[in-house]
Design a protein around this ligand. Structure first.
Ligand code: HEC
Length: 133
């Protein structure tokens, strides 16, 4: 029941996204497209897609918006949480659901083992598949 409410809430949030969060051609090139960024390596994918908001060192930023630090972040302990963020998005974080299961797993494993994070239990492409809404 709880998870049903969560799923319903997330869907409503997606509907309520302001027009500025919807992609234009100019914006989508910033956020990378799997066809333009066919990397499979988590480090390359992080630097192509995530660092624009979370910064090259994973420390996040505040300014026009708030981008939380991924560095030494205890929220990354459960691998399913960053998978959910990447494939489904949340609030001001867009979803990157065009990435393959392998690409999402590679990025999540990179982030969970770098920037001061030491979570060695790697996630798998199957874990990613199970988190897609
Ligand atoms: C357009 C900017 C943007 C990009 C690009 C982006 N994020 Fe985010 N991310 C955010 C924002 C904003 C939040 C906070 C969302 C919220 O308020 O719930 C966030 C939150 C997160 C969180 C949750 C942090 C926490 O402590 O709860 C994770 C994990 C995350 N992002 C990973 C990634 C990864 C991995 C990528 C690359 C695939 C990425 N993000 C790309 C903006 C971005």
């Amino acid at each position: 029941m709880r998870s049903l409410i969560l799923v319903a809430g997330l869907s409503l949030m997606a509907l309520a996204l302001p027009a500025s969060a919807q992609r234009t051609d100019a914006q989508s090139s910033d956020f990378a497209d799997a066809r333009r960024f066919p990397y499979q390596n988590g480090e390359q994918l992080y630097h192509a897609i995530c660092q624009g908001c979370h910064m090259p060192d994973g420390k996040g930023a505040t300014g026009a918006g708030t981008y939380p630090a991924l560095a030494t972040n205890p929220n990354l302990e459960a691998g399913t949480y960053p998978i959910h963020m990447v494939v489904n998005g949340q609030k001001a974080m867009p979803s990157f659901n065009y990435l393959s299961d392998e690409q999402v797993a590679a990025i999540v494993n990179y982030v969970r083992t770098h920037f001061g994070n030491g979570y060695k239990d790697a996630v798998t492409p199957e874990d990613v598949k199970g988190m897609r809404q």
